[in-house]
Design a binder for this molecule. Structure first.
Ligand SMILES: [Zn+2]
Length: 205
């Protein structure tokens, strides 16, 4: 004899169906913003260090993103991507990328288009250097979340912490809840709705 389901059972069953629930493996805010920073870092042309940063307001809206690169219209092919080695015969301080690169955090701040950044959070893949810390403090960013602090012992980064500590800008290492996020275009390549519109000829530099 089969069991008869009461209306309550039916309701319970409906509530528990997978379609009726929110996804459980969705991306959490901090992972989302750090992943955005990492994605932004992919834009960097620096062969050694790629850094990305993302500024978020109190309502979890992305206000700006940035990555390390040369100032606008300073050619990636003409300016140096290497470090000038002191003590070598052809040492030339003008051939050092440090002279020209705008850091990811600075670029994110500059990309915010004049918006008030007071009380915002900055997500960055690498702990901010002293120069970026100055900017972070001056625009009123109140919290820094970072993935790596691998240069912590260098004076540049100790000076950075000294300033952030002095003015009470909080910073903490972000420990991702999700170990891996894969962005896969594969599924979207099967259809090609743009082919007839000529959009495939568009190239973004
Ligand atoms: Zn910096």
């Amino acid at each position: 004899m089969s069991e008869q389901k009461s209306p309550q059972d039916v309701n319970t069953q409906k509530t528990e169906s997978p379609e009726n629930h929110k996804r459980r493996d969705y991306l959490h805010w901090d992972d989302y913003f750090m992943a955005t920073s990492l994605l932004s870092a992919k834009r960097s042309k620096d062969p050694v260090t790629q850094v990305g940063a993302c500024i978020v307001d109190s309502q979890n809206r992305i206000v700006a993103i940035g990555y390390n690169g040369f100032p606008r219209n300073c050619s990636d092919d003409e300016f140096p991507w290497s470090k000038a080695q002191k003590g070598t015969q052809d040492f030339n301080p003008l051939e050092d990328k440090k002279m020209y690169v705008v850091h990811a955090e600075a670029n994110a701040i500059l990309n915010s288009n004049g918006m008030r950044l007071t009380g915002t959070r900055l997500y960055t893949t690498l702990f901010p250097c002293n120069e970026c810390a100055k900017l972070i403090i001056q625009v009123g960013i109140s919290q820094v979340l970072y993935l790596s602090d691998k240069y912590a012992e260098k004076p540049t980064y100790r000076a950075s912490k000294r300033m952030l500590d002095a003015v009470g800008v909080a910073y903490k290492r972000h420990v991702p809840q999700q170990k891996k996020i894969i962005i896969d275009f594969e599924n979207f390549l099967e259809e090609d709705p743009n082919s007839s519109l000529g959009l495939n000829d568009l190239h973004l530099k």
